[in-house]
Design a protein around this ligand. Structure first.
Ligand SMILES: Nc1ncnc2c1ncn2[C@@H]1O[C@H](COP(=O)(O)OP(=O)(O)OP(=O)(O)O)[C@@H](O)[C@H]1O
Length: 327
């Protein structure tokens, strides 16, 4: 498989009254063609910032300090606005976090499809639009006859999320990026959306990148998982190895916390402490204050993301300094 997207040293911050929030601090990862990549981490770890920086959708107080997002050899972050607009949606589509709220309550669903083609200067006539919109709605198992003439408030949360996925698929993108596609949905609807994304991936041979705070959803859907902690990727590994043989102490902690849902409560092993403030993150490895294996070097030097075995990548001095690897 080829690398379709290569993210290199992405650094993004937010300017706030108190200072600078270092939300994405040197993010690098490759996305293979036709693969599913999950970006996983706790709330406020910087997952959305990575997606927003990659898709040039940072809010007004966000600043991209450096980095590249290479897509088919072009740096998306260096493209002129017009050139980027041509790629966005037609080749790379985004369903942002909480996008359901972006559906205009006064517009029928058909008008949202119409707006999308107008925004991207596509000249379909009304019949073509209905045909394409219906095709995409059927793909997400919605009845076009009922949905196209509905207002958003007439649809459930799960239906709205499926409408958003259908809208994102309208121009047949090669890459679909979804930020928390299952949050704010009940457990059964979450499972339904995950199943649907699996089917779409198979049917359309599309490349998926999605953000979730739920590692169980990543396990279900992803081929590769990027584990984020406090604005850094601490581990980038195949989903199989993340679960079978996680490398980073933080990944192990995350896995310990999902055990609690499925198994014996006495096996809960929460990670001690709390995630740091990204205004004043810890020196060296940002995880060191919570890590039971922290060494002197961890307080001083940020560990680089290194490739260890079978393409697995980890940012931890236990691996880069030849220390204990059985942490
Ligand atoms: N517009 C903003 N202005 C200031 N700080 C922000 C802004 N957006 C995000 N942040 C801060 O940046 C950090 C990373 O936020 P981000 O939304 O990327 O995390 P996340 O992992 O996606 O969280 P969640 O799962 O809760 O959505 C957090 O500390 C957050 O409070």
């Amino acid at each position: 498989m080829n690398s379709l997207i290569k993210v290199e040293n992405l650094r993004a911050v937010y300017l706030v009254r108190e200072g600078t929030i270092k939300a994405a601090d040197g993010i690098s990862f490759d996305v293979q063609e036709n693969s599913v990549t999950a970006i996983v981490g706790e709330s406020a770890s910087g997952k959305s910032t990575i997606i927003e920086a990659m898709t040039r959708t940072l809010p007004p107080n966000g600043r991209l300090l450096e980095g590249k997002v290479l897509y088919k050899g072009k740096d998306l972050l260096a493209l002129k606005k017009e050139e980027f607009r041509r790629i966005k949606w037609k080749e790379i589509a985004l369903v942002p976090q909480a996008a359901q709220q972006s559906l205009n309550p006064t517009m029928k669903i058909i008008d949202h499809f119409k707006d999308t083609i107008e925004a991207h200067r596509i000249n379909w006539n009304h019949d073509q639009l209905i045909q394409k919109a219906s095709e995409k709605l059927e793909m997400v198992r919605l009845n076009p006859d009922a949905v196209l003439c509905s207002y958003p408030m007439q649809l459930s949360g799960g239906m709205k999320q499926r409408v958003l996925i259908a809208l994102a698929l309208l121009l047949d993108p090669e890459v679909l990026i979804l930020d928390e596609p299952t949050s704010a949905l009940d457990v059964l609807t979450q499972a339904y959306i995950v199943q649907l994304l699996k089917e779409l991936k198979k049917k359309l041979n599309i490349t998926l990148i999605f953000v979730t705070h739920d590692i169980a959803i990543a396990a279900e859907l992803a081929d590769k998982v990027a584990v984020i902690y406090a604005g850094n990727i601490v581990e980038y590994n195949s989903v199989f190895r993340i679960f079978k043989n996680p490398l980073h102490p933080y990944t192990k902690g995350l896995l310990g916390s999902i055990m609690a849902i499925n198994a014996d409560m006495s096996k809960i092993k929460p990670i001690p402490g709390a995630p740091p403030s990204l205004l004043t993150p810890p020196s060296g490895c940002r995880f060191h204050p919570r890590c039971e294996h922290a060494m002197d070097i961890c307080k001083k030097e940020k560990p680089p993301l290194i490739t260890v075995e079978d393409g697995a990548q980890v940012a931890c001095h236990l691996y880069s300094q030849g220390g204990r690897k059985d942490a």
